[in-house]
Design a protein. Structure first.
Length: 277
């Protein structure tokens, strides 16, 4: 009996050790698995961070290339515009050097860079098409414009004309050579509201108010708001466009008469916004 008991005890001990070993291995395997999963997750996070960093870098490089291409395109467009202006200037009659001296009295009202002065209601001439500057001067000279007694500044212009055509050409080409860095004075109207009323104007003045010579319609988008508003009201109330020889001016009259004064302010705001396009 004692031998049997002695045989049973070691077996029980071995069984207990075996069970402990199995349980220990199981516990060890769970910890190893959890650690391995954490390690995998960490590797995934690191890989995702690297991927995002590389993607950000690629986007930065791409954006830099796009910005550089746009800047180069803008420079090219500016150079082409400058070349076109130089060619157009060279094709004009007149001598700008001689025109500079003749222009000095004009600068009193229109400014040294032909930027325009509100105090004299003198418009900006720099950037305006030479054909229009010349044609309006001739209209003042021929009594087509600046004859209404309420158009005080127009009458002043009519009294200070250049009557020699050659001298006029010199002044026109000189004005065309001027580049002013002064920006136009903006209006306070609602450009969005004015847009719908510009559709009629675009027929003659162009989609972006750039002017169309064949229709005798000047550029409007580079002019001061106060001058545009004043001239539009002059058309509306009969101070301008009332001469039988002023065909283009007479066409403006019914267009302006159809608009309220507050609508004109919004229209001018939209016209000026065209220069931002």
């Amino acid at each position: 009996m004692s031998l049997l008991n002695n045989a049973v005890v070691p077996s029980a001990v071995v069984g207990l050790y075996g069970l402990a070993f199995v349980l220990g291995v199981g516990h060890y395997s769970q910890e190893q698995t959890a650690a391995h999963l954490r390690q995998i997750e960490q590797h995934r996070a690191e890989a995702e961070a690297i991927r995002r960093s590389e993607e950000t870098t690629r986007l930065q490089v791409l954006n830099a290339r796009v910005a550089a291409a746009r800047a180069q395109q803008a420079q090219l467009a500016a150079a082409m515009k400058e070349a076109a202006q130089a060619a157009a200037l060279a094709a004009l009659p007149g001598d700008p050097a001689k025109g500079e001296m003749t222009y000095m009295p004009c600068a009193t009202c229109h400014g040294m860079q032909a930027e325009g002065k509100r105090v004299f209601n003198a418009p900006r001439l720099a950037g305006q098409e030479p054909w229009y500057v010349r044609s309006q001067h001739l209209k003042f000279k021929e009594g087509v414009r600046g004859q209404h007694p309420h158009d005080i500044y127009g009458m002043q212009m009519a009294a200070s004309l250049i009557y020699n055509v050659e001298v006029l050409d010199n002044v026109v080409v000189y004005i065309a050579s001027l580049i002013t860095e002064k920006t136009v004075e903006r209006g306070k109207g609602d450009a969005a509201a004015g847009k719908q009323h510009y559709a009629v104007c675009a027929t003659c003045h162009g989609v972006n108010a750039e002017g169309i010579e064949t229709r005798q319609a000047p550029a409007l988008n580079n002019q001061h708001a106060w001058y545009l508003e004043t001239q539009f009201k002059h058309f509306k109330y009969g101070l301008r466009g009332n001469h039988k020889s002023d065909i283009a001016g007479r066409q403006m009259v019914p267009v302006m008469q159809a608009l309220k004064d507050e609508t004109v302010v919004g229209l001018v705001a939209y016209i000026q916004s065209c220069n931002d396009l």
